[in-house]
Each structure stands twice: as C-alpha cells, then as structure tokens.
Ligand binder design. Structure first.
Ligand code: SF4
Length: 451
C-alpha cells in the first residue's frame, strides 16, 4: 500500500470503486488457501461486472500455486510473490519495476544454510513455483500505509524461518530467517511514535531469533529495551516466541520494564514428547511446565497465549489425552487450536497414520472446550482488578458499547473488553489510555468500567 500510494495511486477498501484490485493471500493451511481462493473469485466478479481493470494476487498463495492461479482464474492479470513486493507497481500499471531491486538482502544464518542443505526450503514438488526463495525485507525507508488504527502499529522485525517443523511450509513460502537491521527497526518505531502511534507489536515468524544472523546476543531483549525508551510509546509487545528461545534475559527485560507488555505468545504446537519429536520440535509436557513456571515466577502478572496443532499423523488417543492434561495443568490465558492440515512439501506429508478429518475436528473441538472452562475461570479472577485500558472506539458488536484492550490483550486475536460505564464528565477518545476496573467476565470477553 505504501509503495502504491507513494507512486500516486489512491487507495480504497471498497472493491466496487477500485480500478485495480489487490488480493493479499495466505497459504499456511488448507482453510487459509481456501479462503484466499474464495476471495480471489469474489473479487474477479468486480472485474467482470464492475469498473475494475486489473486483478492482482499477492502473497503466500503465489509462492505455492504461482502458475495454477493464472491458469485456473483467467481474470487474474498478475501475481506478486512474497519476495517481489516492488513488482506491485508494474503489475498495477503505476510505474515500472526497478531492474535491480534495492530491497533484496543476501545474509542468512548458519542454521539456515544447514537446513537448506537438508532440503528444508525445497519447492521442487510444487508445480510452477520458482526455485529462488523469497529474500525480501523492508526497511525504515520503505513507504508504509498503516492498515491499523492510528494509535497502533505492527513492525515486522524479521522474516522467514529456519526451523524444521514437519507440518509447516512457511519456510518454503517466506524463505530463510533474516532480521532487519537494529537501527532500521528503531528508526521506524521512532517515526511511527512521532506520527501518533502509542502501541507497537513486533512480529516475525520467530521474533525470539531476532539479530542472531548478525551476531547480536539477546537481540529481542535489547530491541525491546530500546523501543521502550521511546517517549511517545506506551505499550510494546512481541508475538511468536520459539519455546526454547525464551531465556532469563528476555523474561527479566519484560519484568523490569513497565512499557513492555507482560504478554508472551509461545506456540507450543503439542505437549506429547512422541508427537513433538515427530513434528521435529522436541520437548514435551515436563519441559514446558517448567518453562511456564519460570515465566510466571519472573513475570508474576504474565499473560500467556499458545497454539496447538491437533491430529498430527500418528497422534494416538494417549498423546491427545496428554495434550488435554497439559492444557489443564498449564492454564493458559489464551489458546488456539488448529486441526492438522496436510501440505505437500511439508515433511509430514509423507508420514503414515493420517487421521480422518472428522476425528481431527473432534479433537480440536474437545481441546477448545477444555480451554473454554479454563479461560472462564481465569477471566473471573480479573473481576474487581484495575488495568490500563487502550480505548479502541465503538464496539463492532454493538453501537451502544465501547471496546478496548488491556496489556493482556494483543490486537485482533484475544478476547474483548467491553466498556459499560464511563464517568459522566469524561468524553472518551479512541486511541487514549484510561484506568479501568473489570466488572464482569464471560468465557473469553470481559466487561469493564472506566474509572
Ligand atoms: S517455527 Fe513456526 S513458522 Fe517456523 S517452521 Fe515451525 S511452525 Fe513454521
């Protein structure tokens, strides 16, 4: 959006008004691929019947099904993969693509090279995929248009992933792990802060490896400290920690700094050591419980979120029971569960003992049901407590309610805080911070009053 806007294009979120429609896609699991295809087909109708002249498909689905998209959906005029962002200009017809892109980088870590030698990034079985892996990485000079409310922004600090998880094709879709330069991230955060952003969420497939590729020790902790020192910023958080990368230094940094939200999102994927071994991730219930205990000891008010994959090939009833017991013992604040999705190119694709989709769905629902009870109990303990609240504005669920988030709520993903009561002399403003008290709790959402 930034590049298009800088080149003179006007942006609209209404497809019926657009001359050029861009569909940005996901290809992580089957349901995401389906949603992407459905959206492309829906947008193709605007091209056939409306004013749109061009339909462009961008993102991960292009890396996976580059040729097939154009073959099967003739309305698509151009595709832009995850490493070709600057091509969006030529595709949209607003400017020619530079011959030699300034955005490419060539560094990678030893782990990335070693995994490449093992075939981790191979896309050979994917019909039409180009052999070159994406290696794009934006920097502070890349034009950006925020798609988030003015007061909140994501900053991507690293791209790609070198981990070998057997169910995952993200490394083939997004390339080897590479970090943005430290100064580049800080410069971008400072610019965003000056423009009115108060909350920054750092993202990457694995933020806990940040800086390793240029020899920075404890890169994420050092970066968080630096960002927390930016005066205008009030909340800084990071998403997606790799379990064995959460060390004491990172935890102590979070605990010591008020502006760094006491919030850790660590996708654990499973708890049974046998399943985790086959997933090529390792560890298990005991190691994870010890690690959670350490997080709660060092950061007493920490909010924990995790995600699991259920129904991995060969997952027995016993493995699943172990996962359920672990979820009961760990008591996460927030939890998500994906059903295993078979992806060609992932190591698990060739495994035997695939589970029937109905059984996978049964287990996913069961796990979510267990978490629902845990979530309800944990939310009840918040009643009567006071928290800082970032007011987001009128609730999407009802015009009669306001909605906000506390440091325990990451943008878009966690439950909601509905505001039922505001002091009479207060004119609440979206993007402002208030002190609130939780008055009511539901399974995932809570109700609060502004003090
Ligand atoms: S760490 Fe995450 S992105 Fe990387 S391979 Fe594993 S599941 Fe995929």
């Amino acid at each position: 959006m930034g590049m298009l806007s800088q080149a003179g294009a006007g942006l609209t979120t209404r497809p019926q008004e657009a001359d050029v429609i861009v569909v940005n896609t996901c290809s992580f699991i089957e349901s995401a691929q389906q949603e992407s295809v459905d959206t492309i087909l829906e947008m193709a109708r605007y091209k056939n019947s409306g004013r749109a002249r061009k339909l462009i498909v961008a993102g991960c689905l292009v890396e996976r099904f580059r040729d097939e998209i154009r073959k099967r959906i003739p309305e698509v005029d151009a595709v832009v993969g995850t490493g070709e962002l600057e091509n969006i200009l030529a595709a949209a017809g607003v400017a020619a693509s530079p011959a030699d892109s300034p955005f490419r980088i060539l560094t990678s870590r030893a782990e990335g090279e070693a995994r490449a030698a093992q075939g981790r990034f191979s896309r050979e079985t994917w019909d039409g995929a180009v052999a070159d892996l994406p290696n794009y990485l934006y920097d502070e000079a890349t034009p950006r248009v925020l798609a988030t409310p003015r007061h909140s922004a994501y900053i991507k600090i690293a791209e790609g992933c070198d981990h070998p998880c057997a169910f995952c094709i993200i490394p083939q879709l997004r390339g080897k792990f590479r970090s943005r330069r430290f100064e580049s991230v800080v410069a971008e955060a400072e610019r965003l802060a000056r423009s009115g952003v108060h909350e920054i969420t750092l993202i990457g497939q694995d933020t806990t490896c940040y800086g390793e590729d240029f020899g920075l020790k404890d890169g994420l902790a050092v970066l968080l400290e630096k960002l927390a020192a930016i005066e205008e910023l009030r909340w800084v958080r990071f998403l997606y920690a790799y379990p064995n990368k959460i060390n004491g230094r990172l935890l102590e940094t979070i605990a010591a700094n008020e502006k760094i939200c006491s919030y850790i999102d660590v996708p654990l994927q499973h708890a049974s050591p046998a399943v985790l071994k086959r997933m090529k991730r390792g560890a298990g219930t005991e190691v994870f419980l010890r690690s959670i205990e350490k997080m709660r000891r060092i950061i007493p008010d920490v909010t924990l979120r995790t995600t699991f994959v259920v129904g991995f090939p060969g997952e027995t009833e016993k493995d699943f029971d172990e996962l359920c017991d672990f979820v009961r013992a760990a008591e996460f604040d927030w939890m998500g569960a994906f059903g295993y999705s078979d992806q060609e190119g992932a190591a698990a694709f060739s495994l035997d003992q695939k589970l029937p989709p109905r059984e996978i769905e049964r287990r996913r629902k069961r796990l979510m049901q267990i978490q629902r009870g845990i979530s309800r109990r944990r939310k009840k303990t918040w009643i009567g407590r006071q928290f800082e609240l970032l007011l987001e504005g009128v609730s999407q669920e009802s015009d009669l309610l306001l909605e906000g988030r506390t440091p325990m709520h990451a943008p878009e993903i966690d439950g909601k805080v509905f505001i039922s009561d505001v002091p009479e002399d207060l004119e609440p403003k979206a993007g402002a911070f208030y002190q609130c008290e939780i008055t009511e709790a539901h399974d995932y959402d809570v109700v609060a009053r502004i003090l």
